[in-house]
Design a protein around this ligand. Structure first.
Ligand SMILES: [Zn+2]
Length: 339
């Protein structure tokens, strides 16, 4: 391995060295991908009990190499939890009921080459064997088979190794955990930070709309002025080949799995600093240092909320909730009341 290739690897390596002898942390290099005779490890880092059926929060970054801020945010969260786990008794107790899994660099070759796609020119988030049921997906952006030289290229089957790595890792966690929420961090769309939930392939409501409405109501009563726009991805655009759709719809089909996507609204960074439009990285990543720091801070509330919500899902108070009423409410919130 050559961890010196990317700053992200150096940061992971520092923590890995410090984690020796820890009963809380596990650093696993699940596989590697190679490019230009350089090898890039695919890391899975687990915090909390590795044996139990504890509920699991999965934080994912770097599916699209150009959206490097997603990887960096994921690694910042990893560093923060690492430091806290050294002394914070509240977190240490929480980790008896909860696992946090970090998959911070799904597409390291894309990060290295400053491309959205992986080394083979494939957009990993269009690479799963699932086809949109909507007649109209967004042209090109919804996924296509025209050419690997155009963005959003779906590639062929079987899936690319990076996509397979993500699907296998998440599937394993869903199979052993009481409940799983995943948050896949991207950037590059819109003025606001958005939280998307399934589906991307269909405009129909997904089967845990009740859970999504409960989560949204609780988050909004806790943080009435929160920054996110929360909606199904299909309200923004529909795509083929979404890995989270594939996992939830075709692989795990579990009602205990809620895959979320965090889209950091990068157009705002461009609006505040228009010069960065001339820099390809600048379209997807904040360039000014103070803006980076603010991004790393502002999402902590959401992550903290998700860890607490996962534990709440196991309580009698949650089980007593009228979930059907929440499903109906969700139809009104996001689908104009339609099924
Ligand atoms: Zn993305």
């Amino acid at each position: 391995m050559n961890p010196e290739i990317l700053e992200e690897y150096t940061r992971i390596e520092k923590l890995r060295l410090r984690s020796h002898g820890s009963s809380i942390w596990k650093f696993e290099q699940i596989s590697t991908v190679t490019h230009d005779s350089k090898s890039f490890p695919l890391w899975k880092i687990t915090c909390g009990s590795d044996e139990s059926d504890a509920s699991t929060l999965i934080l994912v970054g770097g599916v699209h190499g150009l959206e490097r801020i997603g990887s960096q945010l994921c690694i910042s969260l990893l560093e923060k939890y690492f430091e806290l786990s050294q002394w914070d008794v509240v977190l240490q107790n929480q980790l008896k009921q909860l696992r946090i899994v970090f998959i911070p660099m799904v597409n390291p070759i894309g990060i290295y080459r400053h491309t959205r796609s992986n080394g083979a020119g494939v957009d990993l988030m269009r690479n799963a064997p699932i086809v949109s049921t909507e007649k109209k997906t967004a042209f090109l952006i919804g996924g296509h088979q025209i050419s690997k030289h155009l963005p959003w290229y779906m590639g062929e089957q079987p899936m690319q190794p990076e996509a397979q790595f993500l699907v296998d890792t998440v599937e394993m966690e869903v199979s052993r955990s009481r409940a799983v929420i995943s948050l896949d961090i991207h950037s590059g769309f819109g003025l606001r930070d958005q939280i998307w939930f399934p589906w991307a392939f269909s405009k129909k409501p997904f089967f845990r709309l009740d859970l999504m409405q409960v989560l949204t109501d609780m988050f909004e009563s806790l943080y009435p002025h929160h920054i996110y726009k929360i909606e199904p991805q299909s309200k923004v655009y529909c795509t083929h080949g979404d890995l989270w759709d594939y996992l939830l719809h075709d692989r795990v089909k579990s009602s205990r799995f809620l895959p979320l996507t965090l889209e950091l609204g990068s157009w705002l960074w461009v609006k505040k600093n228009p010069v960065q439009i001339f820099n390809l990285n600048g379209l997807f990543n904040p360039i000014k240092q103070h803006r980076m720091k603010r991004i790393f801070r502002r999402h902590q509330l959401l992550i903290d909320f998700l860890t607490r919500f996962l534990v709440f899902m196991e309580t009698d108070d949650f089980k007593k909730m009228d979930l059907n009423a929440y499903h109906q409410k969700g139809l009104g919130t996001w689908y104009n009341g339609n099924n």
